[in-house]
Design a protein around this ligand. Structure first.
Ligand SMILES: [Zn+2]
Ligand SMILES: [Zn+2]
Length: 275
C-alpha cells in the first residue's frame, strides 16, 4: 500500500470515528436524552444520522433515561454490577447473556450494522413512554422504525463502506478494526464506566471517571461526573478532565449552531465532590 492510500484511509477512519462518536455523545446523549443544550435542527438531524450505529434514537433515549432513573438498580437495562460485564457491555442490546455470543457481537465491526437492523428493538416498542418527546419529531420517529433505521444506516454507512471496498482487502480490514473500536468505545461507557475508575462524586451510583474511556469516547468516560450532574453539558467537571464533546458544543455555541448549554454551579460541584 502506498503512502497516499494510507493517508486517505487514515483520514476516512478519523472522519468516520469522529462523526459516529460526536453523533452519539452530542446529539443522542447530551441534547436528545438530557436536554443539556439545543442544536439547530439541520445540525441535530445530521448528527443523529451520523450516530445511528448507537441504535434507533427513541430506543436509545428511552433506555438511557431508564438507566439514569435506576442506575445500578433492579430496573437498570445495563448494569455490570447486576448483570455482569458482557451483558452491560453489549449483550443487553439484543438480550444476549451468553458471554461467547456477546464477544462475537463485540467483534462484529461493520457487521453490527446488519445485525442491529434485523434484531434491535425498534419503535413502537417498550420504551416509547420514556422518549415521547423524541417520537413527536417526525424525522426522529422515522429513524426509530425498522424501515427508517435501515434507510438511515444505509445513508450513513454507504460512503465509507464503498470507499473501503475500493481499497480491496486492506480497506475491509481497516474498516473492520475501526468498527470494532468505535462500537466498543461507546459500549465501554456502560460497562467499564460502572466498574473501574475513580468515584469522584457522592451519590453517583457505581459510575466511575476513567481517563482512558473519556479519551476513546470523546469525553463520555467522565461518567461519575455525568451521573452526579446528568443535565450538565460538560461531563469532565474537574480540573484536567478533557471533554471533547463539551469542547465541540462550546465551538458550536460560539458560531450560533448550539445554545442553552446547561452547567451546574461550581458550588454544587464542590458540594458533591468526594474528599
Ligand atoms: Zn451510567
Ligand atoms: Zn446520561
Amino acid at each position: 500500500m502506498d503512502a497516499s492510500t494510507l493517508l486517505w484511509m487514515g483520514a476516512l477512519l478519523l472522519v468516520w470515528y469522529l462523526s459516529v462518536g460526536f453523533g452519539i455523545t452530542v446529539a443522542y446523549h447530551r441534547v436528545l436524552t438530557h436536554r443539556s443544550a439545543n442544536l439547530r435542527k439541520p445540525l441535530l438531524y445530521a448528527l443523529v444520522l451520523a450516530g445511528l450505529p448507537a441504535g434507533p434514537p427513541a430506543e436509545w433515549v428511552g433506555n438511557h433515561r431508564r438507566h439514569h432513573a435506576d442506575s445500578d438498580g433492579a430496573n437498570d437495562p445495563h448494569s455490570p454490577v447486576h448483570d455482569g460485564f458482557w451483558y452491560a457491555h453489549c449483550g443487553w442490546y439484543l438480550g444476549i447473556r451468553n458471554r461467547g455470543l456477546c464477544l462475537l457481537y463485540a467483534l462484529g465491526g461493520p457487521l453490527r450494522y446488519l445485525i442491529d437492523i434485523a434484531l434491535r428493538p425498534m419503535s413502537p416498542g417498550g420504551h416509547d413512554a420514556l422518549a415521547k418527546d423524541v417520537l413527536e419529531d417526525r424525522f426522529l420517529r422515522f429513524l426509530s422504525t425498522r424501515f427508517g433505521f435501515l434507510v438511515g444506516s444505509t445513508v450513513q454507512a454507504l460512503p465509507f463502506v464503498l470507499a473501503y471496498l475500493l481499497m480491496a482487502w486492506d480497506g475491509v480490514i481497516i474498516a473492520w478494526v475501526a468498527g470494532i473500536v468505535f462500537y466498543n468505545a461507546g459500549d465501554a461507557v456502560n460497562s467499564v464506566g460502572h466498574l473501574w475508575g475513580k468515584q469522584d462524586f457522592d451519590g453517583a451510583c457505581e459510575a466511575r471517571n476513567s481517563r482512558f474511556v473519556a479519551l476513546v469516547s470523546l469525553g463520555e468516560g467522565w461518567h461519575s461526573g455525568h451521573h452526579a450532574f446528568p443535565r450538565s453539558a460538560r461531563h469532565g467537571l474537574l480540573k484536567g478532565q478533557v471533554d471533547l464533546s463539551f469542547i465541540l458544543l462550546r465551538v458550536l455555541a460560539s458560531i450560533g449552531l448550539a445554545s442553552d448549554l446547561y452547567l451546574p454551579s461550581s458550588e454544587a460541584i464542590t458540594q458533591r465532590r468526594r474528599a
